[in-house]
Design a protein around this ligand. Sequence first.
Ligand SMILES: Cc1cc2nc3c(=O)[nH]c(=O)nc-3n(C[C@H](O)[C@H](O)[C@H](O)COP(=O)(O)OP(=O)(O)OC[C@H]3O[C@@H](n4cnc5c(N)ncnc54)[C@H](O)[C@@H]3O)c2cc1C
Length: 703
Amino acid sequence: MLWQPLNLTEVCPVNTQLSACSDFAFVYLNLLVRLFGDSRDRRIQQCRGEEGRIVEGLEKKREEYDFIVVGAGAAGCVVANRLSAVSKWKVLLLEAGMEQPDVTLVPSLSTALIGSNIDWAYTTEPDGKSCLARREQRCGWPRGKVMGGSSSINSMAYIRGNSLDYDTWADMGNEGWSYKDVLPYFKKSEKNLNIEGLNRKYHGVDGEQSISRFPYVDRPSIMMTDAFHERGLPIADYNGAYQMTTMQAQAVAQDGERVLPYFKKSEKNLNIEELSRKYHGVDGEQSVARFSYIDEPSYMLTDAFHERGLPIADYNGAFQLSTMQAQAVIAKDGQRVSTNNAFIQPIRYKRKNLTVKIKAEAFKILINKNKVAYGVKYIQDGQVYTAYAKKEVIVSAGVINSPKLLMLSGVGPKEHLSKLNITVKKDLAVGENLHDHVTFNGILIALPNRTSTRVSNEKIVQELYDYKKMKVKHGLLASNGPVNAIAFIKTDPDLPAPDIQYQVGHLFLDEYIREPEIYDGIYILPTPYYDGLLPRAMNLVPKSRGKLLLNPENPHGKPLIYANYLGDPADLIPIIKGVRFLLSLENTKAFKSLGAYFDRTPLKPCRDHPWGTDEYIVCLARAYTSSCYHPVGTCKMGPKSDKKAVVDPKLRVYGISRLRVIDSSIMPVVIRGNTHAPSIMIGERGVAFVIEEWLKKPQNCHH
Ligand SMILES: Cc1cc2nc3c(=O)[nH]c(=O)nc-3n(C[C@H](O)[C@H](O)[C@H](O)COP(=O)(O)OP(=O)(O)OC[C@H]3O[C@@H](n4cnc5c(N)ncnc54)[C@H](O)[C@@H]3O)c2cc1C
């Protein structure tokens, strides 16, 4: 099956002037299908003569495994990898979506994946308080339906959150989840390819998941981090503007009196500092980089300086209050590394004990009268199959589908399930505690022609062909626009950790101002071409909680998502303060040197309020509310005393044995950052509990 893009005929109104709905857009999407619609796995299977032989269930013999993992997403791929490393265990990995198409590997096409046939394309229910200017007052909630799950369609930023987040989980009674406990599991799967990799206290280099920076970062993106930096957020580079910091020095670098242009002229900077072109050169003769090995005592020194108050600006390390071009899940060849690429592809055709089934959607977990899970019913190519698990069923279907599958199997709120005539196996608060980092669209930065990165349609087509031919991908299409220009701030100095994160989108400014509602649903063109920036202040500590219910009209269809964004008005406070800080960037040298400014045209639904006032910000927040794509919490982890807990700290579903949930849905409270890296960590941490338990058990012990 080929990748099928968003159906423009369905989403583009007849009279729209948007480039994303133009005749060119149709030609462009067809070209993407032609160049990148196929998948590596399909080609491998074709070579091996295996293509089309996916319907193993037809063989009529009893499908029996030790473990069944439902969902090949960020966490599920890690779980299946680690379990199948134990060669005596037979593992089944069920994935509802298709093989991962090549288009997912192109970083700059990340937003073109939304609404395509590898997106579950969920939407929230209208609530009269948020998403008010969205179509039918519903906010879009994309989720990956493909090998790799959302890790195959996300924006690729690799950010872990704050140590306080995990210590809070532990303080809530979740033993084994403090920062000290989880750090080794972050490091385990990490293969850090940048300077951060040298800091072994926080980073791993021997894991499966490549972490690096994009091979290309454009000027407006650097402008954003430079502007945050001017406003006081450190970039840890004492050859740059901010000297009050500590870090392992680059070699051959000098400090002191610098005659900047001459320093830059001969410099060929090979590390992260190269991204700050204001201070560093990359085209010179003199290579400047860090040593590939740094000894422990050297780290002791920088760590000691750090302890005495000097920041190290690696927000995956000790110090989160900073700005930086984020690391991403990308390899040295300039392509996305989803968890499918990292954890499944390398073992899929080698480990005989691992069976992967695609387009296989689980719809019921089999639970016997003793409340023991023993298998899964799934549908593949229109046929129903049963797979049996001798040891455990592990649900890794993500924040929407994990609670849905549990509820369809009789595990969930008694009252809700009874109304749907589903036999209740265990009354639990499944689907509750739903929350997300809320943000909104509509604060817009204009770039003048000289710094806009917009190009002609012909140029886009040419770049796509050129990119396809490159062996090691580089250039604009190997980057992801401004999204990785990230900063964290505290809106109140007394807070223990950041409460706002900035992330920056891209757009064509005039088109956005004219038709924001339609524009926001169709980001199909490559991310590095734009003449406007869409900076967003994300509330990292939302108080509002929503819930998810099965759809009474069709429990097997899309669940009802009550996001309850801004349900607690206190959630607006950090957002307002965050936008205020953002607006102050306009006076920075970074903005001025690129001629960037905030466009002050009020957007239609908020025209009654003067642009930039608190009332205007609140109006935008309620009209153009947006998900940061970080919903979590629907199968909450907690101690037995927690009435809302669905799984215990070892991720076992309360009241049902041999059933676990291992994915982002278990987060009791969302972390202060993006949720992909934490989901991989949850996979590692969770499966370690499983392996520990079953390797300890005597052979043939069934309880
Ligand atoms: C558009 C987008 C952009 C994002 N950007 C970022 C970012 O830049 N950085 C970041 O850190 N995070 C980002 N995220 C969030 C991050 O990707 C998710 O938090 C993370 O992938 C969640 O992992 P998971 O394992 O819980 O679920 P998922 O990765 O969503 O995996 C769930 C898997 O289960 C499968 N499945 C579901 N139901 C069934 C069923 N019944 N039977 C079989 N299979 C099933 C799904 O198809 C999917 O493959 C983004 C998310 C999206 C959608």
